[in-house]
Design a protein around this ligand. Sequence first.
Ligand code: CA
Length: 297
Amino acid sequence: MTATPHDNAPIVSESGGRVYFSSSIGNNEGTVKNIKYYDYITFPNGKILSRSSPKKVSLLPNENFEKSTGYITVPENFGLGIYKYVLSAYDEDSGEISNTQFSFAKQSSIPKHKSCNDILRSGTSIDDGTYIIDVDGPEGPAYEISVYCDMTTNGGGWTLFANDRLATPLNPTHTVNYDNAGVLEDIYWQALKSGRSSLMVEEYRSFNSSPRYQSFISISKIRSSLAESLEPKNSASVNLFGTSYNDNAALILSNSSALGTHSKIFTGIVPGITFDRSYYPTSSYGRTISHMRVYIR
Ligand SMILES: [Ca+2]
């Protein structure tokens, strides 16, 4: 089953437009297949915009059913952001459901800055809040995305790329906002981190509701006082994109050899696989980072 836009990374302008695509459903088995299929579009916020009524098709062995070439009309009043087209098919005999999809974006025609720091330096920032950026510029394939910018802490210009809450799955997404857990999808993350060198961690401990900010000046290997509030003798060694992990391991916080026994107190992997929030998991301290937001500048 395929659904392929005619443009590689389709973009609709702010005033609306169409996205042309082709789709097909194939039967590569030796028996007749009875398929029910429908398609729908999701809004940038994930809500389903419209769903077609299911249609039926019977496919002979090795038959490929080309749905007629179609297009999606995006009206002017639809919001900016990333949309998805999804084609879903249900095999009436086996009960198997399969989906195929592609994304397209509705974007403003005004070029966007590449990061929160670029916005800050351009003098157009207003305050902490949500801004639209294009991490690889108008010529790069990544779509414009909405991000949360901290424009005030530690000099400002911080782009939020991971928001990790205890007990909430950290799924890769194109929109990491201030309130919901999420981590930037790889294409955005790779472009965003390119040429940038500082990180900031805003963390909340389970025993304290005020945030604690950690600012790191290097993303290769640094030391910080991450653990000092818990144990003065202790400090944390922070490795980002470290050599012991592949490039996807964006955030690895481990404590120093001061105690020697807790080699890894926090591990974060971007794009968002798992954030292990346990703080001193094997010790009697039992500290927990209940929530953390990680920014890059
Ligand atoms: Ca771009």
